[in-house]
Write a protein that binds this ligand. Sequence first.
Ligand code: AMP
Length: 217
Amino acid sequence: MLKKRIVLLGAPGVGKGTQAKRLKEQFQWAHISTGDMLREAVKDKTTLGMKANAYMEKGELVPDELIVELVGERLRRKDCQNGFMLDGFPRTVIQAEKLDELLESINEKIDDVVSITVENKAIIDRLSKRLVCDQCGKVVDPDKGLNIGDPCPYCHGKLIRRKDDEPETIGRRLEVYEAQTRSLIQYYQGRGLLRSVDGLGDLSDVYQRICDSLGIA
Ligand code: AMP
């Protein structure tokens, strides 16, 4: 079995989550999405969820200590032994340094950092059309012609727009992403781990580009 430990970088809406799901199906690498984990915590009203909610609604980053603890716990789970993809973490150089410490403590390391790039205009267009289920959290295919309030195609839930996918919040999230991530990209570039992938176009084409960049075509 091919083991890879990957960081997926890309602004909100570039399709990281979708590509990670495919990679998980093919290679059984654990998909660790800090955004999904936090939304779950908010939904379950856990202590973490209550602390994180105010930041998330504004499109701001949740404090590092909360995220680092969450990821540390997750990386120790058994399903990460075949490899894992971090999606949404690290977002800053400080988080990347914390991640290195965490991984060192469990005898792991990052093999590749895949940065998926799409221009902002296309991202805003994609995110403002994105609908998710209020129960299972799945994102529905925009080509299915579904609207807010329609039943979820996967469960008994209802389709909604994520609060942070509203146009003003998207703008703020993209600004936050760019401001924080520029130095992160340099950090990984300097260590020779960065693979840049064009995220525009058909999902399967982007998937193929990611596999090529990882040398697993
Ligand atoms: P995402 O689904 O990755 O766009 O994450 C949604 C929200 O969760 C972000 O806007 C942040 O508020 C929070 N979040 C997710 N990952 C992180 C992280 N690594 N550091 C800080 N906040 C995060």
